[in-house]
Design a protein around this ligand. Structure first.
Ligand code: SDX
Length: 376
């Protein structure tokens, strides 16, 4: 009986959503290359594709967008909960709390292929409003509903940043939302599936996913990768920092390595290119150059062990350039991945709804009598 450490190479479901070729570094959603979707589609079109299986006609896209926009309005009690959370709270904590609270509206929840997707669209809208308000709340602003603008990325940005967003910022956010949208069954999606396999509701299953995403080995790496660049300070300091921290102290290089990719993560390459296009300030440009140098040192050291930069290595530089603080990066990852979690939840419950119940191999003491213990 073999234990699979970290569930490595354990298959828990069939999926028609996302395919990953870890050797070649290829990622496809419903058969389309991620590079093509980022170049030619919007987040709304790709979200529709993941939920329904095909890219939408203009008419279906309009209906889908209307459902997303319904979710921009949060229930009053959720707005109050967000307002009452301490401003020092992590953005993901606000996300988890809001989603756990919204499950209150799901007391008579029942799975149904007819309504899951409609409900998912509204939840994806709620996610934009919750994450936008997490950014507003931690930066001292009031909680509001998002305003429809014809673009999910634009409505999210303008609500979160409390200002008009320019076309370039909207395009970067839209592409980031596509890049992080799904990735088969990483720890967070698996957590969502375990929850929904017990017939728990969608909101609670998303809250379970967020709890798993938070850690620095998973979504938390988006923030910890950026903090490395900040600590290093400039390209000229990279070699010294790398030797002291990664070689001598054997710290993990955050934003590097992947359970599935044994080459460059294709998403990383797209983020790296986007960073070049969007970075404006000398400070952000210096961060990007530091990251480039750190990538070179990391690939030189770990490339021979098939450890390469992943999607979290460069994403933070783009998020910072469009105005988000570091402690929002993982919440932005969660915002995008909400669609992937919901698509996997629906797919699982519509095709193989069995409760997930693995086993543990017992290594404790053999059977023993509970004799009257004299020296109690
Ligand atoms: C995401 O799974 C997904 O799809 C996740 C994700 C998604 O879209 O949902 O892609 C998003 O979470 C990306 C990963 C973000 N995390 C980080 O960047 C944190 C740093 N990375 C590592 O902790 C690690 O690479 C993991 C967690 C990503 C993967 O862990 P594994 O598969 O358990 O690999 P491992 O720890 O067993 O490492 C294998 C070898 C070891 O060397 P040996 O002991 O065999 O000599 O590779 C080395 C490790 O030391 N290694 C690293 C390293 N990652 C692996 N060495 C230094 N720095 C690293 N980052």
């Amino acid at each position: 009986m073999e234990i699979s450490s970290g569930l490595e190479d354990v298959y828990i479901k069939h999926t028609a959503l996302t395919s990953i070729d870890g050797e070649k570094g290829v990622l496809r959603y419903r058969g389309y290359n991620i590079e093509d979707l980022v170049e030619h589609s919007t987040f709304e079109e790709v979200a529709y594709l993941m939920l329904y299986g095909e890219l939408p006609s203009n008419e279906r896209l309009a209906t889908f967008r209307a459902s997303l926009e319904k979710g921009y309005v949060l229930p009053d009690y959720v707005k109050k909960i967000i307002s009452d959370i301490p401003r020092s709270a992590e953005a993901l904590t606000i996300y988890m709390t809001a989603f756990a609270a919204m499950s209150a509206a799901e007391n008579d929840f029942k799975w149904s292929p007819q309504t899951d997707k409609q409900k998912s669209a509204e939840i994806i809208g709620h996610a934009a409003s919750v994450v936008a308000n997490a950014n507003r709340h931690i930066s001292g602003k009031s909680v509001v509903d998002l305003k429809p603008s014809g673009s999910y990325a634009r409505s999210f940005l303008e609500g979160a940043l409390d200002r008009k967003a320019d076309a370039k910022e909207v395009r970067v956010m839209d592409r980031a939302l596509i890049l992080y949208l799904d990735h088969e069954v990483p720890a967070s999606t698996t957590a969502a599936l375990v929850a929904c396999s017990t017939l728990s509701d969608m909101y609670s299953s998303v809250a379970a996913a967020v709890a798993a995403l938070k850690g620095p080995l998973h979504g938390g790496a988006a923030e910890s990768a950026y903090l490395q660049f900040d600590r290093i300070g400039s390209p000229g300091n990279v070699e010294k920092w790398f030797n002291e921290n990664i070689i001598v102290k054997k710290q993990k290089l955050m934003g590097f390595g992947h359970r599935v990719y044994k080459t460059y993560d294709p998403r990383m390459k797209i983020f790296r290119k986007m960073d070049d296009e969007i970075v404006k300030s000398p400070e952000d440009r210096n961060m990007l150059q530091t990251a480039r140098k750190l990538e070179e040192a990391g690939v030189r050291q770990f490339g021979p062990k098939y450890v390469f930069p992943n999607t979290d290595f460069y994403s933070g530089i783009a998020f910072k350039a469009i105005g988000f603080p570091v402690n929002m990066f993982t919440a932005l990852f969660a915002l995008s991945r909400t669609t992937g979690w919901l698509a996997h939840i629906s797919e699982y419950n519509e095709s193989e709804p069995r409760i997930m119940r693995p086993r543990a191999l017992y290594t404790g003491p053999g059977p023993r009598e509970l004799a009257a213990v004299s020296n109690k």
